[in-house]
Design a protein around this ligand. Structure first.
Ligand code: ZN
Length: 356
């Protein structure tokens, strides 16, 4: 199926997201979002129309779909104060206001994509912070307070979908998203991440349990993985999993910390790699999900890399021309991809038998 070129997308954004700011230096800082906005602006200059979704907060009932009441009560107690959930994860007085608005933005994006009718955008972007994919059901960590993308997936299910895929290309394992959908077969979660690296989870054996067995797929990759390594992982693991699962909506935990310039990790992804991955997911979305594709910002800590990678990812997601990705893949990375593929296929088969 030829991928058509989109000229509009839904945008979730609110200036409130700049008000989550630590007292000292912290890599997860408001300037990241300004860089992401500049990447979007470059696409707007090239003809893209970004339709801003009406900002809204996630409701307590929506938050309770993904988070434990005791954890939400703890966040309410810390609201309005400087606090820390762990050594990495800060709250400032306006952080919970930003977090509720960010979660609401991700939810609004999912609802807009589900409802998209004739002539309305089928793709979207949530430029938000604090990020979300490390937040588990009952614990914030790794700079994350509320799990924005898990709440978006839950909103899509509540709006009537049966199968949502989340592809997490942030360089860190999306342990929170994995935790929230561990036993849930309505969400396929696929994470590509550097290993070993924070938070230390995301081995290939972690594949979900019960009805969720086979619906969690982990692709841990050794450091220094390049664009061709990510392409191979997509061709061998991610895209076949999507074809088996046939999602009705594809969401992306779009962190940009696998970029070669990123200070917190050691991967070697560049702009053409992000464009290629986004383009591949757009083609998959066109093939099986009515074109519905939503990118939700996660990590990424080098400002020029964020700006250029957001632009490149949007080119791919919109079906605009992107560069081909070619090059050698070394034995270490080839082996890691093969191991992940075999584990994913075995767990898928085992899970299918268990669900029958
Ligand atoms: Zn990350």
């Amino acid at each position: 199926m030829p991928t058509s070129r989109s000229s509009a997308l839904h945008l979730a954004f609110d200036p409130l997201f700049y008000e989550h700011r630590s007292r000292g230096h912290h890599p997860e800082r408001p300037e990241r979002l300004e860089a992401a906005r500049r990447g979007l602006a470059r696409c707007e200059a090239a003809g893209l129309t970004a339709a801003l979704l009406p900002p809204r907060d996630a409701t307590p009932a929506e938050l309770a779909r993904a988070h434990h009441p005791a954890y939400l009560a703890e966040l309410d107690r810390l609201d309005g104060h400087f606090a820390a959930l762990d050594a990495d994860t800060y709250l400032a007085p306006r952080s919970m206001a930003a977090a509720r608005r960010a979660a609401g933005g991700a939810i609004a994006l999912a609802e807009a994509l589900v409802a998209a009718g004739e002539g309305s955008p089928r793709q979207g972007l949530a430029l938000l912070r604090p990020p979300g994919h490390h937040a588990t059901r009952d614990q914030g960590m790794g700079f994350c307070l509320l799990n924005n993308i898990a709440l978006a997936a839950h909103a899509a299910l509540a709006a009537g979908l049966s199968r949502v895929a989340i592809v997490d290309w942030d360089v860190h394992h999306g342990n929170g998203t994995q935790d929230i959908f561990w036993t849930d077969d309505r969400v396929l979660f696929v994470s590509l991440h550097e290993s070993p690296l924070y938070p230390g989870t995301g081995a290939v054996q972690e594949a979900g349990e019960g009805r969720g067995l086979g619906r969690t797929i982990n692709v841990p990759l050794p450091a220094s993985a390049t664009d061709p390594v990510y392409r191979l992982a997509f061709e061998e693991v991610v895209l076949p999993a999507l074809r088996r699962y046939r999602p009705e909506l594809v969401l992306v935990s779009a962190g940009f910390d696998a970029h070669a310039r990123d200070p917190l990790a050691s991967m070697q992804v560049t702009e053409p790699g992000y464009a290629w991955m986004a383009r591949a997911l757009r083609e998959a979305a066109d093939e099986m999900a009515g074109g519905r594709l939503g990118l939700v910002l996660e990590g990424g800590y080098d400002l020029p890399a964020i700006e250029a990678s957001v632009e490149a990812s949007l080119h791919g997601a919109l079906g605009w021309p992107v560069a081909e990705v070619t090059g050698e893949v070394g034995d270490r990375h080839r082996e890691a991809v093969a191991v992940a593929r075999h584990a994913a296929e075995a767990a898928w088969a085992e899970g299918a038998a268990a669900r029958d």
